[in-house]
Design a protein around this ligand. Structure first.
Ligand SMILES: [Zn+2]
Length: 442
């Protein structure tokens, strides 16, 4: 069982043989292994001498212990410098953890894990607050989840009994807390815009507000961000090709995020500008593109290429991006994402051979001979939008997919569910905007 001792339980650290090793910084930080929780010898992992960063880490470890062994334990003493835990049934069980000046952290001084009681399925230590912390992600992910469904999920997970009212209170508290953050952050949006302009002079950060009725207070409508350093870097060092795409914001906040993404000299994603809008439609795309055109100073659209998803063009009544591009950039080369065309087309026409014909776009005649219906369906997607044979050479880029935008959407998956200012900051952070801006500080 020597190797077992290396497994750290619940973030606690063993003091190995001597204090010296701990003081030298040899602290094992091993995340709790899910398999460990089902291990019948778990009790062996809690030992006298274990170190905890603070009292709450110890308390959390003991709640996990209580849930795993189904023992109803309680805080006999719960003070800032010491925590003592006993069994409700009066068993010999006792755990005492207190501040240890030598290690500058909490240490488990007494650990007697002897129970004479039976398993309990209703535990004192499992509180509403603990449930809020543990299941916050699940509650935020699906705010409309029914209480009973959430309780069933938690009960299956922990294998203990919970009252429906406790689950309901926990769910409500998480949603209220999150909601509060969301609405509060709209008040700080001008501060965010000002900070962007202070740190990146000559950037464009535009906030559009609206009023439901003329006498009503202003409410947030749209936001557009284009950093000067990114704009200049794009104009100076990237090919004139822009990918356009929109993605939904997640969680409590409704709306969509539109983005214009270029390719840098390494053929990697290069975000140019993005906007938070109420919905992706003709009007919002027009607003976004007008600002983008102004920022990039596009007077002659002949030399420019735009790539967008194909679906945005077929559902003209819903999105109308194709019309907006035709209106604002009449001479631009508009490519559609071939990968998405294939995804739509291959719903009816599957198979490796057909895919090969699709990829080798010149073999249309062979495709007709092979599968006339497949060829006919493929003609619904005009080849000039996605076939390399029809593409202009000015842009010096033969890309026919919108992968850059998808990479951008993929990068900002987590920020998309956060409150607006936090989301915008995290978009900056995840796309390493500050780093890129610093590199480009001329
Ligand atoms: Zn007991």
């Amino acid at each position: 069982m020597e190797s077992v001792e290396l497994v750290i339980h619940h973030g606690g650290n063993f003091v190995k043989d001597s204090e010296q090793q701990y003081i030298n910084g040899e602290v094992w930080e091993v995340d709790i292994d899910p398999d460990l929780l089902s291990c019948p010898h778990l009790v062996k992992f809690i030992k006298e001498g274990m170190l905890f960063e603070d009292a709450s880490q110890f308390k959390n470890a003991m709640i996990k212990y209580a849930v795993h062994f189904k023992r109803d334990i309680y805080f006999y003493k719960n003070e800032s410098m010491r925590v003592r835990i006993k069994c409700v049934e009066g068993c010999p069980f006792v755990c005492h953890c207190s501040w240890e000046e030598r290690y500058r952290c909490f240490q488990l001084k007494t650990c007697l894990l002897e129970h004479r009681c039976n398993c309990k399925y209703k535990l004192k230590l499992v509180t509403q607050k603990w449930l809020e912390e543990k299941y916050e992600d699940i509650i935020i992910k699906d705010p409309t989840m029914q209480h009973t469904k959430l309780r069933d999920h938690i009960q299956t997970d922990l294998k203990i009994n919970l009252t429906i009212s406790m689950v309901r209170r926990a769910q409500r508290a998480v949603l209220e807390r999150v909601n509060l953050g969301y609405s509060e952050q709209f008040k700080r949006i001008r501060d965010y815009a000002q900070e962007c302009l202070n740190s990146n002079p000559r950037s464009t950060v535009l906030i559009k507000t609206t009023r439901v009725v003329p006498t009503a207070p202003c409410t947030f409508h749209r936001l557009y961000v284009c950093f000067q350093a990114m704009k200049r870097g794009f104009l100076d060092g990237c090919r004139p090709i822009i990918g356009l795409d929109g993605c939904f914001l997640k969680g409590v906040m409704k709306g969509e995020l539109l983005a214009a993404v270029g390719r840098d000299s390494n053929n990697q994603m290069y975000p140019i500008a993005w906007a938070v809008v109420e919905i992706e439609n003709t009007d919002s795309w027009k607003w976004f593109l007008q600002l983008l055109i102004q920022d990039l100073g596009i007077n002659n659209s002949w030399n420019w290429t735009v790539i967008s998803d194909q679906q945005k063009c077929t559902c003209v009544f819903v999105y109308g991006l194709v019309h907006v591009i035709q209106e604002l950039l009449p001479n631009v080369e508009h490519r559609h994402c071939a990968r998405q065309i294939h995804a739509n087309w291959s719903k009816k026409h599957r198979g490796k051979l057909l895919k090969k014909h699709f990829e080798q776009q010149t073999m249309v005649e062979q495709l007709r001979l092979k599968d006339a219906q497949a060829k006919q369906d493929l003609e619904n997607y005009p080849a000039k939008f996605w076939c390399k044979a029809f593409m202009r050479t000015e842009v010096k880029c033969d890309s026919v997919d919108n992968n850059m935008c998808e990479a951008f959407d993929g990068t900002i998956v987590k920020p998309r569910s956060k409150p607006i200012v936090k989301m915008l900051e995290d978009v900056d952070k995840d796309c390493k905007m500050q780093e890129r801006c610093r590199q480009m500080a001329w």
